[in-house]
Write a protein that binds this ligand. Sequence first.
Ligand code: NI
Length: 203
Amino acid sequence: MRGRTMGLLAAAVLAVVLTIVGFTIVTGSNRFGPGQSRSTGVATVGGPFTLTGTDGKTVTEKDLLGKPSAIFFGFTFCPEVCPTTLFELTALAEQLGSDADKLNFVFISVDPERDGPEEMKRYISAFDNRIIGLTGTVEQIAAAAKAFKIYYAKVPLENGDYTMDHTASVLLMDRQGKFFGTMAYEEASDVMLAKLKRLVKEG
Ligand code: NI
């Protein structure tokens, strides 16, 4: 009996120790919080791109350096995710006030066949005027999406038209163009605001 009690006790102690060790490993790896994975060796998000602004001029990753960026990929025909996100970014920019000027807000089209610079200009005029609209050739968009690990795909509609599937996250990049974190679609506004404030300060 005594032996069994000791055995159970030893097992219980071991379980507690393993739990503590496991917890330490988990919290250790999350020490920097979600999205701050600079040192964990995840695939690099971000990189060189060559796109076209709404004024028809070339914009590259170098034009964004010096300020942290919030980058969102989408398309002007998007029925829901894109307008919702752009209205959210507009509201967040207003709440940030002058701090919003310390960030680049970037909307990149994944539908270059329909979204030329003129279409982008018209579309983003409905949102905060600090949002920069970028488009490009099919190849340029593919390269930019690849660099930022963005998924997108053309989805045929029954009427012969098409829509686009695309990653709905907003990518946060620091002022050196390095990945800083993400904001998920329909994340709570106050959480997004806190993330952007931290991006302004630490990005
Ligand atoms: Ni969309």
